[in-house]
Design a protein around this ligand. Structure first.
Ligand code: FEO
Ligand code: CA
Ligand code: CA
Ligand code: CA
Length: 629
């Protein structure tokens, strides 16, 4: 979400408002780097993908790709899903749909209770994967957060009035695991499946890896620092090669508040955006562990990647601390040439970093995989303006920290200590299945070149972050040296600079693969399909005005990694974000997440009329029943 004409702050802006960053910047360094932007252009040209920044190649100048099986659709501001001719979109599951037959259907008047919500599909669908288990199709989905105006829209001013209201909000968070099956030619959920499960902020999980048992994780409720209660603000996801699900804790900070008068965060908590006030969820009112003045270590127990085994509904999820603590977007696993596991990770906040984890052990199908995400090295990316970059290991030696546990808990500070490159809000990362290259969405960063990040690191204009006050975003891609994902070095270029060529004739118009017909802003979800098409989902400004005129609602596009062509495939309903993408195992149905339709009050999707807008997953199929990625 970004600013629209409305004055109400969006979710992304909340953190900035509650935790304003210092205004001072090293002006000289910014100017120096801006001048060296020629270096970026060299990097871009090296891959031959674009003309130089700011040039505008007319629409249609690029040869049409035959990789896409569909005709591009126009933008839309309708309260509906738009897909190309020959395709159809149907709702699979919505916020509040019961996962068991003894749970009441969603009630539009009350919007449910804590009891019904705990056993129903959670809110604000995000990252997801399907699994084939015992001949069944199991869908695992993150439920990232709630919009207070919607979940408490039955209350005065959209504010919780009872403890049950707050608990209902809490139970709408976490993960929904649900079997899905085709019935009468249409996919639906299977109530009462033995695999159905809700994971919530109350689900017990264990810490593993270097930080497990560290003093900074110890609390009154868990003096051993090894047992966590729950997960929340689960954003992106990632499948592992051994059939588990990685869920990524993102804006975990917004749930903590302090009851003590005059409480101030320590610098360590401040770096992660913990403040005296929460973002309106009110959890400390019903669960004291969210009161950071009473339990100052509790925030150290969130911000991790959590591994879940969908095969065993009784399994205990594991918080894998070796993958670091930050506002995790997704976790993209790759098996390197030598069998080691590489996980690419992004920290979605203005001016935070891109990371990589490399396991010590190798993956062998059927062998024990339990230590692969505990025992390894965490790296952070340093990008150079000349189109190269390197991964810098985060260890006590490189960071000056006392232990690897501390590196894994105060990962942002560790990355700052080694001079990592501040990025324009890393969102999803996806690896091309057909080539050793990795794509990362940098959604936008209004502070680029204007304000340092939360740790005071400068945010100079340059490298993969080439525009000051970047409100459109870009997608950077890198190719590891020698095609080896464990290599220290890589080369990079920009796959696309989003922009608006009808409003701007400079770099804000976008790269030459952006035209008036396919333009968009704020790339966020990225997912390659099995054919090597890069699907791009947006979480941007949907005002359709000024800088964003002609861009309409949030959308999903397909990108060709070889030619650079980008084509719009789907447009979502009003005020939604399009996020989360997976396929049924037969690749004939694409599942797409529609998050927070009507987040500002102007949608009744999917049911229409006067209904409550509900986040939902849609099933997109070809009318001829053909393959769809
Ligand atoms: Fe939950 Fe950065 O998106
Ligand atoms: Ca996202
Ligand atoms: Ca986003
Ligand atoms: Ca969102």
């Amino acid at each position: 979400m970004s600013s629209t004409t409305d004055n109400k702050p969006t979710f992304d802006e909340f953190d900035e408002i509650n935790n304003p960053r210092p205004d001072e910047c090293d002006f000289d360094r910014i100017v120096d780097t801006a001048i060296s932007r020629r270096g970026l252009m060299t990097g871009v040209m090296a891959f031959g993908s674009f003309a130089a920044l700011g040039s505008l190649v007319p629409a249609g100048a690029r040869a049409a790709s035959d990789r896409f099986a569909f005709t591009q659709i126009p933008t839309s501001t309708e309260d509906a899903i738009m897909v190309p001719e020959g395709y159809k979109a149907e709702v699979l599951v919505r916020w509040g749909d019961p996962l068991w037959s003894d749970v009441a259907d969603f009630d539009h008047a009350t919007r449910g209770s804590a009891e019904t919500q705990a056993r129903a599909f959670g809110d604000n669908t995000d990252g997801m994967q399907t699994y084939s288990i015992d001949g069944r199709t199991i869908l695992v989905v993150n439920n990232e957060y709630t919009n207070t105006d919607i979940i408490w829209g039955n209350r005065e001013g959209g504010k919780a009035e009872t403890d049950d209201d707050i608990a209902k909000g809490m139970m709408a968070h976490g993960i929904s695991i649900v079997e899905i099956a085709p019935e009468g030619g249409k996919w639906g959920i299977v109530k009462d499946s033995p695999y159905n499960r809700r994971i919530t902020p109350k689900t017990e999980m264990t810490f593993t890896g270097p930080a497990a048992g560290h003093d900074l994780l110890k609390t009154d409720a868990d003096p051993s620092g090894t047992t966590s209660l729950g997960t929340w603000n689960n954003c992106g996801s990632g499948p592992t090669p051994w059939g588990t699900y990685l869920t990524c804790e993102e804006n975990f900070n917004g749930y903590f508040s302090a009851s003590a008068e005059g409480w101030e965060p320590t610098p360590e908590l401040d770096r992660y955006g913990i403040s005296a006030a929460d973002w309106g969820y009110g959890w400390a009112k019903i669960d004291e562990r969210y009161d950071v003045s009473k339990h100052p270590n509790e925030p150290n127990r969130a911000g991790y990647v959590v591994e879940i085994d969908p095969r065993d509904p009784n399994s205990t999820p594991k918080k894998r601390t070796a993958l670091g603590r930050f506002k995790h977007e997704n976790a993209e696993c790759v098996v390197a040439n030598d069998g080691r596991i590489v996980v690419y990770l992004g920290d979605d906040e203005r001016g935070e970093f891109a990371y990589r984890y490399v396991s010590n052990g190798v993956f062998a199908p059927g062998a024990d995989t339990d230590s692969l995400l505990d025992d390894g090295t965490l790296y952070v990316a340093v990008f150079s303006d000349d189109g190269t970059g390197k991964w810098v290991a985060l260890t006590p030696e490189t960071t000056g920290m006392a232990s690897q546990a501390e590196v894994c808990i105060h990962t942002r500070q560790a990355a700052s200590a080694v001079g990592a490159t501040t990025m324009d809000r890393p969102e999803w990362i996806s690896a091309n299945p057909n080539a050793p290259e990795v794509y990362m969405a940098l959604t936008n960063n209004k502070n680029r070149g204007k304000k340092p990040n939360a740790g005071g690191d400068e945010t100079p204009v340059g490298g993969p972050n080439p525009r000051e006050a970047n409100n459109y975003g870009q997608i950077v891609r890198w190719r590891p040296d020698n095609g080896d994902h464990t290599a220290e070095g890589f080369s990079w270029d920009l796959f696309v600079l989003a922009g608006n060529p009808t409003v701007h004739s400079d770099a804000y118009g976008g790269s030459d693969n952006v035209t008036k017909d396919n333009m968009f802003n704020s790339p966020d979800g990225l997912q390659f399909d099995s054919n090597g098409v890069l699907w791009i989902q947006t979480d941007g400004n949907y005002s359709n005005a000024k800088d964003f005129e002609g861009q309409g609602n949030n959308q999903m596009l397909a990108g060709d990694p070889v030619t650079g062509e980008i084509r719009r495939f789907l447009v979502g309903p009003k005020e939604c974000e399009v996020t989360g993408l997976t396929w049924t195992p037969d690749r004939r149905t694409m599942l797409v997440g529609i998050q927070h339709p009507g987040e500002r009050g102007d949608s009744h999707w999917p049911e229409g009329g006067d209904s409550v807008p509900r986040s939902a997953i849609i099933a997109v199929t070809r009318e001829d029943g053909g393959l769809i990625g």
